[in-house]
Write a protein that binds this ligand. Structure first.
Ligand SMILES: [Zn+2]
Length: 407
């Protein structure tokens, strides 16, 4: 039987970068190749009802040994972020002694100056990249941890458990992971994504999210004869953005603060576009931000009647908190499981979204648990093996504690 480390080091060698430009599901062939390998592994482990559908959603079940215990789900995603992910060559730093870590043969360094939390991992075994790719601990650590917890439960039938459903999904990083989630063959009462960051993270709140696309249509005239007739749409777009609250941006906010973020701009004299994302935890504040965008557009349109300014607001995802709070035992069990595994819970809001948020609104309440990793989505990604072991222990405790829970 593979160890946790062997599993993880094997998984990261699969190239599973998702591709937002491909509308197919999964969006890249590598995800399906990885899913088939995981399917084989789950079948060899003896999981039941192992199913891989044509869209790359892989599910299976570890049958329980307590007939009245609730069935729960553990979910992780197979794709990696939009960053170089071919030929990942993980480096194992055993018994980290402190100081900067040189990554592979290149000149990339994990510097203490940038990542002060490295000192928390003295004496531990760190898995890093070679400085040329991401690592893919997001979220292959989650997959390795879930299957290692399942293997532990199989080896310890004396641990009471209900049915444990396992779900591995494609295309989380491009926001589609919940789109085709097969709830019909995943009869868990509730679930957890294992897709969080550092040791102890437990999350059941995330942003409400929308995008705002603005189109400014001006009037292009030869600049030599433009007096009184040219309307430069770029000037309008620049003025619009300059008037936005400068302190309500990602670079100026944290914790529970929301923001407007200008993610992309482009333009010519004739036509310019601004693409914003809007984020807020609070439902009312979120609605107010969208209304503010509308009133700013209306005010500018009134000021420049010869231009045309169009706003398209599109909701993306919602804060799962409202779906979790009626079932707070889901969070309390996770907190108790961490404590039983000697992990200090760090409950904090996710300044982003998760598949779990969307699954929660689809009827499967689904908070997010830590994997143990740091610096996701880039070449400085790393994960301490000891944090991964704690994640496995937490999942085992979670299954054990849940087996005694009754509605
Ligand atoms: Zn992830």
């Amino acid at each position: 039987m593979d160890t946790l480390l062997e599993r993880f080091l094997r998984y990261v060698t699969f190239h599973t970068r998702s591709d937002a430009t491909n509308p197919a599901c999964p969006s890249s062939e590598g995800q399906l190749i990885f899913a088939r390998a995981l399917q084989d592994e789950m079948q060899q482990m003896g999981l039941t009802r192992v199913t891989l559908d044509e869209h790359g959603y892989l599910t299976g079940c570890l049958p329980g040994n307590q007939p009245d215990a609730p069935a729960i789900g553990l979910i992780a995603h197979m794709d990696t972020a939009d960053y170089e992910a071919e030929q990942v060559v993980p480096q194992l730093i055993e018994h980290y002694q402190g100081g900067d870590i040189c990554l592979g043969k290149g000149d990339e360094v994990l510097a203490i100056r940038d990542y002060r939390f490295l000192k928390n991992y003295l004496g531990q075994d760190l898995i890093t990249t070679d400085g040329t790719t991401l690592l893919g601990a997001d979220d292959k650590a989650g997959i390795a941890e879930i299957l290692s917890a399942i293997a532990h439960l199989q080896a310890h039938p004396e641990i009471p458990r209900g049915d444990v459903w396992v779900g591995f999904t494609p295309d989380e990083e491009i926001g589609r992971g919940a789109d085709r989630f097969p709830l019909d063959r995943f009869p868990a009462r509730w679930a957890y994504t294992v897709d969080g960051g550092e040791l102890g993270e437990l999350e059941y709140e995330n942003f409400n999210a929308a995008s705002a696309n603005l189109r400014f249509v001006g009037n292009n005239v030869h600049p030599g004869t433009a007096k009184g007739s040219m309307i430069n749409s770029q000037t309008l777009a620049a003025r619009f953005h300059a008037a936005m609250p400068a302190e309500q941006t990602p670079e100026c906010t944290d914790g529970y603060e929301g923001f407007f973020h200008l993610a992309q701009m482009s333009g010519t004299v004739e036509e310019s576009t601004l693409h914003y994302i809007i984020r807020d935890f609070d439902d009312e504040h979120f609605a107010a931000r969208k209304a503010e965008m509308q009133s700013r557009v209306a005010a500018m349109q009134a000021e420049y009647p010869k231009a045309r300014i169009e706003l398209t607001l599109t909701d993306s995802y919602r804060n799962m908190r409202s779906q979790i709070e009626p079932h707070m035992h889901i969070v309390e069990l996770a907190r108790a499981a961490m404590e039983a595994a000697d992990v200090e819970p760090k409950i904090k809001p996710i300044r982003g979204g998760t598949d779990g948020a969307r699954l929660s609104f689809m009827g499967l309440p689904c908070p997010n648990l830590f994997t143990g990793g740091h610096n996701f989505h880039g070449k400085h990604e790393f994960i301490p093996l000891q944090s991964m072991e704690k994640a496995v222990a937490t999942l085992v405790e979670l299954v054990r504690l849940t087996s005694a829970w009754r509605a």
